[in-house]
Design a protein around this ligand. Sequence first.
Ligand code: GDP
Length: 364
Amino acid sequence: MKLGIVGLPNVGKSTLFNAITQAGAESANYPFCTIEPNVGVVAVPDDRLKFLTDLYQSEKTIPAAIEFYDIAGLVRGASKGEGLGNKFLSHIREVASILQVVRCFEDSNITHVEGSVNPLRDIETINLELVFSDLEMVEKRLQKSEKLVKGDKSLLAEVDLLKKIHSTLEEGLSARSLEYDEKELEILKTFNLLSMKPIIYIANVAEHEVSNEGADNPYVQQLRGFAKTEGAEVVVICAKIEAEISELEEEEKAMFLEELGLSQSGLDRLVQASYSLLGLISYLTAGPKEVRAWTIKNGTKAPQAAGKIHSDFERGFIRAEIVAFDDLVNCGTYAAAKEKGLVRLEGKEYVVQDGDVILFRFNV
Ligand code: GDP
């Protein structure tokens, strides 16, 4: 799962990204992740893994992970090829969701590219570049579809949708600010619009503001108000503090967070917000060799969930032996859960739930 970090220069992107790579999960555990200089892999915090590791005396514990991409280089005019322009935009096309870092801290020593701190203007600057890029794409597609629809009426829905999006983009608004029915959403997937990507705004606040989530910071209030109009989320962090936290050992980290009056690091909150934004859940596999969390989309059926482990598991899927994590905790052991009939056999149509502890049966 890839998330792209964007934002204007000097808002704190690199500071946050350094915190991410410092805190980063050991890449050796994640052979499926492409490790490049601009990619950071972060473990998804999950207390359930510790219980399972103790229960099975497992040799290895592998949390679910999220990949963060540092997509630097966005400036005003990117969609017209300024700066890294188009290269930057093509990177955004590849991510599942966008994390936009927004400067909400005042610091006269750190120049702002636009001369002053102003989150709404900064967001507009970035979002407009995405909107312009989409506008170009939508116009091209509309031209083509309007020609083709004369001979192929099945394209009518697409033409209507393109027109609807076009007028919104022309107003400078993101495609995600519109509402769509299911059929439209199906068509939309094929467009891969940048301004349709789910977004989290990261309010980067000053060190002393982080303990109450920037409640007294007017910039954060403005940001929250704007995010609401898009149905987007806001996560308040202090990138500088995150960078400090990421250098600490687990125990020191807990103490430091307590001193700050926080129960979780900003990074952990960010990972969780990303997880819920993308509609993700984790199922678990457990044994003496390894305890592991696997990321799936909410609504995934058992064979496809098995396919996350290996494509053979999906192809040869027979059934899944499942116990809900809470049932396992209440019973104490797998055997006890089985005795109580809480280990279920589920077939191809079963929709996997968050926290299902699963053993897949399959043919090779
Ligand atoms: P980028 O250009 O968006 O990658 O921004 P940087 O991460 O390089 O940050 C620009 C400057 O702002 C650096 O000098 C950082 O130390 C500083 N900075 C970043 N986050 C914070 C913060 O939360 N508070 C303060 N006071 N300074 C910060």
